[in-house]
Design a protein around this ligand. Structure first.
Ligand code: 5AD
Ligand code: SF4
Length: 540
């Protein structure tokens, strides 16, 4: 996928993890060494004992999916399952899937086909997430060895579904036990069925579904969350989407918007701060339409409150919708230093006519007005965006308008995608499809243009001192890998005497720049730089 190639190059973490790039996180696996964050605030090591039931989980897609998986793992561990690293070791094999574009959707079917033969060893397969919601029971037809299909809006029913799955794994002839009231507990749409069609052995066709909860008001809140990164963690503040952009499948797969109370979000943030996390990323399909069910805080107020949680040095949020993006968010960034110098504001197109066809609910001018707010902030805020090329009816001159927008805004990163028709979306019935070759050409032109712009933009950082959070080390290059508040990758050298490790914050002098990353030298150690402000950007 072109968007992904671009992303992989760019080195922005937003690239790997951004909600805006759901196809890009293919194949993320949680290693068993996660940290279980308990809602009581106790950090528990992953249980070491050999448990009876094992599971393997692979995650595709956006940050929202990655974080859902952290909660799914927490749920499974609480149910007595043990996570393993390979499909071969697992009793239960789960895929948390993405359907934002066609290619993302196909990945799960490839995986299911690859491992079908393992069914004869008694392994069970489950499909979770957006493909589950979108394809529903059709998955059982296409991959009859799948036993569980569950969309994200039904995850809170997972414990009951797991019980059903276990109870249903007896001999073929045995009636599947169903506790009194069980169906009601799972809502009417969740059921266990012992299918006997299609010529396969009956016991291979246990079918459990949780699909029709898209009207739910409830969020997926778990007692345990299995966070894999000990320094940076996600918190979902809003699930679902009510926008119904013409091309987008998300409102159909993730259901209607539902926000968590700001108190509950803050409780989780404080627990994470207590546990040593220093960076929090607030997640939602559209965080700007966050509405505190208790009516206590707006999104900007919640953002500011999370930024003031003791121990939290960085707060990010994604993804924003320009229509709902308020000036108060910029005011919050101005007022609270721990709010990162980065806003991801997907534009999709630079043409007002096309924006209208996409049902984006804003014009080019209104979008630029928001960009003006961001640019008038006291700190320099990096801006990134998403663009779709080849939406039905996009003329050459409309595409040109997107190119001029890139210049006008001066983005720090652009995630660009070829339009991919998605089932049930309004755009799927539109005429004037753009041939794939033309879409590919436009994508190439756009990426080349943005690359040139990024070369220029990144040069501005030369000679500046930026604070980074260390994410890892590239031994081959003898470089540390850091991330700046602007969400840029900054690879740097440091003397072996400097006691650096992932998670620590250091100041780095930028000595070189590439289109998608910066390079530098560590100039101040963590101990020495205590007086340096967390999100400072200092010209030497
Ligand atoms: N085709 C191509 N790109 C899409 N996106 C969403 N739906 C589609 C689609 N049908 C892109 C948008 C969005 C990002 C998450 O994915 O740019 O912002
Ligand atoms: Fe999809 Fe539009 Fe909702 Fe984003 S705002 S998830 S693009 S429908």
């Amino acid at each position: 996928m072109a968007g992904r190639d671009f992303d992989e190059e760019s080195g922005l973490s937003v690239v790997v993890e951004n909600l805006a790039k759901p196809g890009g996180n293919s194949g993320a696996r949680f290693r068993p060494g996660f940290i279980l964050t308990h809602m009581s605030g106790v950090r528990e090591p992953a249980a070491q004992e050999q448990r009876r039931k094992t599971f393997y989980l692979e995650t595709f897609g956006c940050q929202m999916n990655v974080h859902d998986s952290e909660k799914v793992v927490g749920t499974l561990v609480q149910q007595g399952y043990r996570q393993v690293e390979t499909v071969e070791q697992a009793d239960l094999i789960l895929y948390n899937t993405c359907s934002i574009r066609d290619k993302a959707e196909q990945k799960v079917f490839h995986r299911l086909a690859d491992y079908k033969k393992l069914q004869s060893q008694g392994k069970k397969f489950g499909v979770l997430g957006c493909v589950a919601q979108q394809e529903g029971e059709k998955i059982f037809e296409r991959a009859p060895h799948v036993s569980l299909v569950c969309g994200s809006a039904s995850y809170r029913n997972l414990p009951q579904m797991l019980v059903q799955l276990e109870n249903a794994s007896g001999p073929a002839e045995r009636a599947i036990p169903r506790a009194a009231g069980e169906v009601a507990a799972l809502r009417d749409d969740a059921f266990v069925e012992k299918a006997s069609d299609s010529g396969l052995r009956t016991r291979d066709l246990i079918r459990i579904t949780g699909l029709d909860d898209r009207q739910t008001d409830k969020c997926f809140e778990t007692e345990f969350t299995a966070r894999t990164n000990p320094h940076r963690g996600y918190i979902t503040i809003i699930e679902g989407c009510d926008k119904f952009c013409a091309y987008c499948i998300v409102p159909f797969t993730r259901g209607k918007e539902r926000s968590r109370t700001s108190d509950s979000v803050l409780l989780e943030a404080r627990q994470m701060g207590d546990l040593g996390y220093t960076e929090i990323q607030l997640l939602g399909q559209n965080v700007n339409s966050y509405k505190d069910p208790a009516g206590k805080r707006s999104f900007a107020e919640l953002l500011a409150a999370v930024g003031e949680v003791p121990g939290i040095r960085r707060v990010r949020f994604t993804t924003s919708h320009p229509r709902d993006f308020g000036r108060d968010i910029v005011d919050a960034i101005d007022a609270v230093p721990s709010l990162c110098d980065h806003v991801h504001l997907p534009v999709q197109s630079g043409s007002t006519r096309l924006l209208d066809a996409m049902q984006r609910l804003y014009t080019r001018e209104q979008y630029l007005e928001r960009i003006g707010w961001i640019k008038s902030a006291k700190r320099g805020i990096a801006i990134t965006t998403d663009v779709i090329v080849g939406f039905p009816g996009e003329t050459e001159s409309e595409f040109e308008q997107t190119l001029t927008l890139l210049e006008q805004v001066g983005y720090d990163g652009v995630f660009s995608f070829k339009y991919s028709p998605r089932p049930n979306t309004p755009a799927v019935t539109l005429d004037d499809a753009i041939p794939d070759q033309e879409k590919a050409y436009r994508l190439e032109v756009l990426m080349a243009k943005q690359r040139e712009l990024q070369i220029i933009r990144n040069k501005r950082y030369l000679g500046m001192i930026l604070e980074v959070m260390i994410e890892g080390r590239n031994e081959a290059r003898q470089q540390w890998i850091g991330r700046t508040s602007q969400n840029k990758t900054l690879n740097f050298l440091a003397s072996p005497q400097a006691k650096l490790e992932p998670g620590s914050y250091v100041s780095v002098l930028v000595t070189g720049s590439f289109p998608n990353s910066l390079v530098g030298e560590c100039c101040i150690s963590e101990q020495m730089e205590l007086s340096v402000h967390p999100s400072s950007m200092i010209a030497p």
